[in-house]
Design a protein around this ligand. Sequence first.
Ligand code: HGY
Ligand code: MN
Ligand code: MN
Length: 415
Amino acid sequence: MSNPSYVTINADRVWLRHMDLSETGITACGGVHRPALTAEDIQAHVKISEWAAARGFDVELDAIGNMFICRAGSAPSATPVGSGSHTDSQPYAGRFDGPLGVLTAFEALEALEDAGVTTTRPIEVPIWNNEEGARFLPGLSGSGAYTGALDLEQMLDCVDCNGVTMRSCVAQLHAALPTAKNRELGQPYAGFVEAHIEQSTILEDADEIIGIVTDIQGNRRFDVKVTGENAHSGTTPRARRKDAFVAATDIAVALREVFWDEEDVARFTIGMFEVLPGAKSIVPGEVNFFIDFRHPSKEALKELGDQVEVIAQRRAGPCTVSVTQVSGAAPLRFSDKVTDLIAASAERHGLASRRMISCAGHDARHFVSICPTAMVFIPCWKGISHNELESAEPELVAAGAQVICDVLVVIAGWA
Ligand code: HGY
Ligand code: MN
Ligand code: MN
């Protein structure tokens, strides 16, 4: 391949785009509350589509609510290159988780446009719907349905806690973007790269700027339902109680001990714990809680994950318990071809970098089986994420955008 036409990104512009996009769903504390396809998330899509139209880029929408910003190449029928992420957020979360991957790739398109460089392959910036899975379970459903890893109709039938269907929200998104072209699911990429904040402190502690992400750890997630019996809190003796809270907390504490590891590699989280009926003078007859377990080792995922059912049944006491694994994904390895491009770009720009795994899940997972794929991390302040305090520095955002731009230019020149 002839020498790639590298271009320089505009550091101020990519930062201002982040600040502008943060206005959609901004919270009083300076974070964002932008669950998938809420009015705020749709507003984010409209804003980005207006930026795209102003630069002459095409905007496409598919049946699961993914949006694609497309810049033509000199070989229009060539398989495009993709780089993107998500705009939906966790409840009351940060401004960079997701938008960093969208806006660094968008900046690459703008820098190419400014430089008058036409790449051989088209380049696209996908905005994957419902990455976080905070409003609709499972997460990563936009990229999952796009690649066929998840069933489209099943994902459209998902409902949020108010009974609103994903299908109705996708229809609202389409209505808000009437000029967007239709996009078929499953169109391949020649390569895919995603920029994301690290969401931990490895880079920050080492004073490094670029994470060359080689792997994503695996996960197993479980719904646990403990059923006892509502009873009068004053008159019911302990011996006669079927107290679902007592059983559920026994199970949770026992599981925490089983998942506790000296090396602090296992990630065991109970982030949702619902006590019903939630009345102050009723012994709870039902508790529902959710386990998010992650680990880089396939063997540990199996061995520890299988303990959930065993421990739950053993510690249920007079209650009954049901354990349902709601999702799971094996650890994965990214493409050396793409991680080497990221390393070469970091070196070219004198950016301290390291190869590392991702402990968080990302849409890039779904492209590993389709095309050469990898990710770029930049540090975020104290590793804080899924929190309104999440923050990143302008020069680090710019560094991430420059590396993404370099990698896209090279892949867009692949024969
Ligand atoms: O939970 C995750 O790993 C991602 O942030 N959705
Ligand atoms: Mn994310
Ligand atoms: Mn996230």
